[in-house]
Design a protein around this ligand. Structure first.
Ligand code: AMP
Ligand code: GLY
Length: 417
């Protein structure tokens, strides 16, 4: 098969890494890809949200299956554009992608279907938000309702901080159009986990659980990011909890979507807080989580191309996924200044020349410039290792991280501890 992957991050490199191992793959194209994906397929330059360009590449190269990685092209309707053109595509349509692209809509569906989540109110008007927050005396979380690359969430210790956050988003527009509406919700406590399912309408295949680390710095300090590292499996989730997550969260969400007349096909990602009162939803995403997918795909032993193809063909119910029982840990190396503004074009040295067993360096924001690999984004690399124990995975991963250099590289040193 000829496959086109849309996107340029660590998620897309990890997808390409697994797709390239499929005996069914003939040719791989990536729009636009990065310095890592170019070793596995053909990078096609361009904007990953450019639907007309993606369609023309798919037609020109006679692509059999297109896999859309990021949320932005999904929310912009790339999947239905492919379907309408008679092209096979893995990824939900825009109406389905609203579970991620509009947090107010996701809350509405969860409330209607009694899916456990934080109590929340939605505001478009700063004055109303301020009045509401002023009546509260607990910690709150303020979120831009739209897509903000995982950075649009402000966890506030004091109501006064929540008022400032609401002002920043609604009045000063720090998240642009994504912050025209905000969700103000109760702060939940517990451990976080990400549970992803592959979905085709009513069929759901739950993947192994993973844990993301959203805060920039060690000890879960500093601002929220797109994700600074992940591991899988997660010791925090028992099989009983996994069953709860499936029956109380994922299945009711699918029912909710079916009632909305949405045919969901792709990944449904539940970001969860494991509270004393059971698992509760922090957010839904409409795609593979990044960096969680880097850890997950390191552990996937069955054929990813077969899985994605079976989903699109409506054969998901006949598919079986085999997992490596070992532990995978991904450590993200980010640019200096991330998640704020950061320089680009810093040369990267110390990347492994040869393949190392049970280790992959997934590229995110990288590109090749005059033969040198340089930084080109906020999150630069996802170094991902496997080990019989989490401690062994940690040792293998950090040994590789410590050999890689670019000026001002930021990474967490406490992952998997
Ligand atoms: P989200 O993008 O909505 O998942 O939020 C990003 C991160 O903010 C989550 O991974 C949590 O660490 C934190 N967060 C979001 N909502 C809450 C909440 N209600 N209570 C506590 N932390 C939260
Ligand atoms: N790692 C979190 C996300 O992909 O949204």
């Amino acid at each position: 098969m000829k496959v086109l992957v849309i996107g340029s991050g660590g998620r897309e490199h990890a997808l390409c890494y697994r797709l390239a191992r499929s005996p069914r793959l003939d040719k791989l194209f990536v729009l636009p890809g990065n310095a890592g994906t170019e070793a596995l397929g053909t990078n096609v330059p361009g904007d990953p949200c450019d639907i007309a360009l993606a369609l023309s590449v798919a037609r020109r190269e006679a692509i059999d299956l297109t896999v859309i990685g990021p949320e932005d092209p999904l929310a912009a309707g790339m999947a239905e554009a492919f379907e309408q053109a008679g092209l096979r595509v893995f990824g939900p349509n825009a109406a389905a992608a609203r579970v991620e692209a509009d947090k107010a809509y996701a809350k509405h569906l969860m409330r209607q279907h009694a899916i456990p989540t934080a109590e929340a109110r939605v505001f478009e008007d700063y004055e109303l938000a301020r009045q509401f927050i002023a009546t509260r005396d607990e910690s709150l979380v303020v979120k831009a309702a739209g897509l903000a690359q995982g950075k649009g969430v402000i966890v506030c210790d004091q109501p006064a901080d929540a008022i400032l956050a609401a002002e920043q988003i609604l009045v000063h527009g720090v998240f642009g159009a994504a912050g025209r509406k905000i969700v103000v919700e109760e702060r939940l406590n517990g451990r976080e986990a990400s549970v992803l399912a592959i979905v085709d309408r009513r069929t759901l295949y739950v993947l192994e659980p993973a844990q993301d680390h959203k805060r920039l710095s060690d000890g879960d300090q500093g601002p929220n990011t797109g994700g600074m590292g992940a591991y899988s499996p997660t010791p925090a989730i028992s099989s009983e909890t996994m069953r709860q997550i499936e029956t109380q969260i994922l299945v009711p969400m699918l029912d909710a979507l079916v009632r909305e007349k949405i045919h969901y096909r792709g990944v449904l990602y539940a970001g969860l807080m494991l509270t004393a009162g059971g698992p509760k939803v922090l957010e839904f995403n409409c795609r593979f989580g990044d960096p969680e997918v880097q850890a997950l795909l390191m552990r996937m032993q069955s054929d990813l191309l077969e899985l994605l193809d079976a989903t699109v063909a409506g054969r998901l119910d006949q598919t079986e996924i085999r997992w490596d029982p070992r532990h995978a840990l991904c450590v993200v190396m980010a640019s200096p200044g991330y998640p704020g503004s950061y320089p680009k074009g810093l040369p990267i040295s110390g990347l492994p020349d040869d393949e190392i067993d049970d280790l992959a360096v997934f590229h995110a924001g990288t590109k090749r410039e005059n033969g040198t690999i340089v930084t080109a984004g906020g999150r630069v690399l996802g170094v991902t290792g496997l080990g019989a124990t989490l401690a062994a995975a940690r040792e293998r991963t950090y040994a590789a991280v410590e050999k890689i250099h670019f000026e001002g590289a930021q990474y967490r040193r406490d992952l998997g501890q």
